[in-house]
Design a protein around this ligand. Structure first.
Ligand SMILES: [Zn+2]
Length: 215
């Protein structure tokens, strides 16, 4: 073999070996999930209780508007929610979920029924639910019983507000406990709904109108 061809031959072997090695690295390293990627909560934790109201007719729309009960959220919301749940679990409680990410088309249906921005976000602006950064939740105790919060989820009236005072002391304590752990875990409360929490870093993410897969 002439020396020049030899050089090219060995350089070629080196390049092939390098390429194979690089390819292996790509396949063996674990994929990073971006904070803004939509993920399914159940794939990251088994510690939540699900009561997804819009996947049933038991809601103010009186209609089943989700094909199945899944809690989709942006990954950063999932991480903050898991941290909050771990804190509640220290006291024998767990988060019960009523709603998570909500497609914009569902927001439009809700606005048609309740066109009042105090209770339903105007779809023109979009809710944080439409951005994957909001959850509607309550707490259950070690026996699986929901803690008394004074009103049902999606009760449209003053009694559902954090500032409503004429409630039993135990109810006010339950709401306060829910709020304190959620705020400490990176969420903002919403004055007129004791069940609604927005991830503080999720307010500016774009609205989205995707549908999740059902099994
Ligand atoms: Zn909500």
């Amino acid at each position: 073999m002439n020396p020049d061809i030899k050089k090219i031959f060995f350089a070629g072997i080196f390049l092939v070996a390098f390429a194979v090695n690089a390819q292996n690295e790509t396949y063996t390293s674990s994929p990073e999930v971006a904070d803004t990627t939509f993920v399914n909560l159940k794939e990251y934790s088994d510690d939540f209780i699900y009561d997804m109201k819009y996947a049933t007719a038991d809601n103010f729309l009186k209609a089943k508007v989700y094909d199945c009960a899944e809690c989709m959220l942006r990954y950063k919301t999932v991480k903050a929610l898991i941290a909050a749940n771990k804190e509640f679990m220290k006291n024998g409680c767990k988060i019960k979920l009523f709603d998570c990410y909500r497609p914009l088309s569902i927001q439009e249906k809700m606005w048609e029924i309740v066109p009042n921005p105090e209770y339903v976000a105007d779809p023109k602006k979009g809710s944080i639910h439409n951005r994957g950064g909001a959850v509607d939740i309550s707490l259950v105790n070690a026996e699986g019983t929901e803690l008394e919060m004074g009103t049902n989820f999606d009760f449209f009236g003053a009694e559902a507000g954090h500032n409503f005072k004429k409630l039993p002391t135990s109810v006010r304590a339950n709401r306060k406990y829910l709020k304190s752990v959620m705020v400490q875990s990176g969420f903002n409360s919403f004055d007129s709904e004791w069940w609604h929490y927005n991830l503080k870093t999720g307010l500016k993410d774009p609205v989205s109108n995707q549908k999740w897969k059902c099994d």
